[in-house]
Design a protein around this ligand. Structure first.
Ligand SMILES: [Cu+2]
Length: 180
C-alpha cells in the first residue's frame, strides 16, 4: 500500500514538472492584497533595438483600489510607464506621470498598441523564452517582485485575436524620453 502511494506521489510530481516546463509563454500571475497581476511579459524587440516594451494586466480586487507607481526591470537602464495615442495618424507615446490607476473589480490591460512599460537603454539581449526579474511598486501594496517572460508578439498574441503588429523602437515618435 505504502509503495503504491509513493508511486502516485512521484507521478504527480512529474505531472507538476511537466506543467512548469510547458513553456515560458504559459500564463503566470501574482497577487497582492489589492491587485492581481496577470502575465507580465517583455516583447522581444527588433534586432539592434535599444528600447523594448513590457506588458501585464492589473485587476483591482473587490473593494480595493491601488495605483501602479513604477516598474523597474534591470535589463534596462530605466523604465517609464507610457500611454499610446493616435495624433493625426501618428502613434505617439507619452509618460504616465501619475502611474496607472487600478479600480476595484476592474482590469487594466497594458498591451501592444496601448499602455506599456517602456524599457530604455537595454543592457542585455531580450531572448524569446527567457525571463527577467522586475519590481512593481504600488501605492498601497508596496513592492512586489515578478518575472517578465520574454516573448515575441506572435507568441504573446496567439489565441488572443488580432492586435496588429505595432513596432516598438523603430520609427515611432517618443515624447518626453530625452532619448539621445
Ligand atoms: Cu513607449
Amino acid at each position: 500500500m505504502q509503495m503504491s502511494a509513493r508511486r502516485i506521489v512521484a507521478a504527480l510530481a512529474l505531472v507538476a514538472m511537466a506543467f512548469f516546463s510547458a513553456g515560458a509563454s504559459s500564463a503566470h500571475e501574482y497577487e497582492t492584497d489589492t491587485v492581481k497581476i496577470g502575465h507580465p511579459w517583455l516583447r522581444v524587440p527588433p534586432p539592434g533595438a535599444t528600447v523594448a516594451a513590457a506588458y501585464l494586466s492589473l485587476t483591482g480586487k473587490d473593494g480595493k483600489d491601488d495605483r501602479l507607481v513604477s516598474v523597474s526591470i534591470p535589463v534596462a537602464e530605466r523604465t517609464e510607464l507610457h500611454t499610446m495615442t493616435m495624433d493625426g495618424g501618428v502613434m505617439k507615446m507619452r509618460p504616465l506621470e501619475n502611474g496607472i490607476e487600478i479600480e476595484a473589480g476592474k482590469t487594466v490591460e497594458l498591451k501592444p498598441g496601448g499602455m506599456h512599460v517602456m524599457l530604455i537603454g537595454l543592457t542585455r539581449p531580450i531572448v524569446d523564452g527567457e525571463r527577467a526579474k522586475g519590481l512593481l511598486t504600488f501605492e498601497k501594496a508596496g513592492e512586489i517582485e515578478v518575472e517578465f517572460v520574454m516573448q515575441t508578439m506572435k507568441d504573446a498574441m496567439s489565441g488572443e485575436g488580432q492586435h496588429g503588429g505595432m513596432q516598438h523602437g523603430g520609427d515611432m515618435k517618443h515624447e518626453g524620453h530625452g532619448m539621445k
